[in-house]
Design a protein around this ligand. Structure first.
Ligand code: FE2
Length: 166
């Protein structure tokens, strides 16, 4: 075995090891269902609060409002994406009073991870705050779609799924 074939073998062995080192992080990144290497870290409080509401019963929709078919419109969240789609305003056009109000609004990303959560207490709201529950959420990089949820103290839990970012 001459010197040059030794060098070639050593080179191949070393470059294989190097390729493995560079391959592993890429493989780790691509295990999620997201559209890029960004990893959205779960907020455990938001996940727990959303799961607790969802455990109360069926989450209603515009198409399947259950016993609240006369109450659909004020409970359906609507999205307005802000400049560059880095954030979204979610509005639920529901009166906000001490007796009847939207207590929770949250959104999930395309992987079902809660990426924004806002709560409201029972109190006498004034002005625009009394007319609707409005929350602004920052969208993590890699978000392609959101599902929006609202919870009314009298009329249960509602959702709108599959809203594309844009
Ligand atoms: Fe309501």
């Amino acid at each position: 075995m001459n010197k040059s074939s030794m060098d070639r073998r050593a080179f191949l062995r070393n470059s294989s090891a190097a390729a493995l080192l560079f391959t592993v992080p890429t493989w780790v990144w691509s295990t999620g269902c997201g559209s890029g290497p960004e990893v959205v870290e779960k907020n455990e409080t938001w996940e727990k609060d959303a799961a607790a509401l969802e455990a109360k019963g069926t989450v209603l929709t515009k198409e399947e409002p259950g016993k609240w078919s006369e109450k659909v419109t004020p409970h359906i969240p609507a999205a307005t994406f802000n400049e560059g789609a880095n954030s979204v305003d979610v509005v639920v056009p529901h009166p906000m009073t001490t007796e009847h109000w939207i207590s929770d609004v949250y959104i999930k990303n395309q992987d079902g991870i809660v990426i924004g959560y806002q709560k409201w207490e029972a109190k006498a709201y004034e002005g625009d705050e009394a007319k609707a529950a409005k929350a602004t959420f920052t969208l993590p990089a890699g978000t392609t779609m959101i599902a929006m949820y609202s919870y009314c103290n009298l009329h249960d839990h509602w959702k709108v799924e599959g809203t594309k970012i844009g």
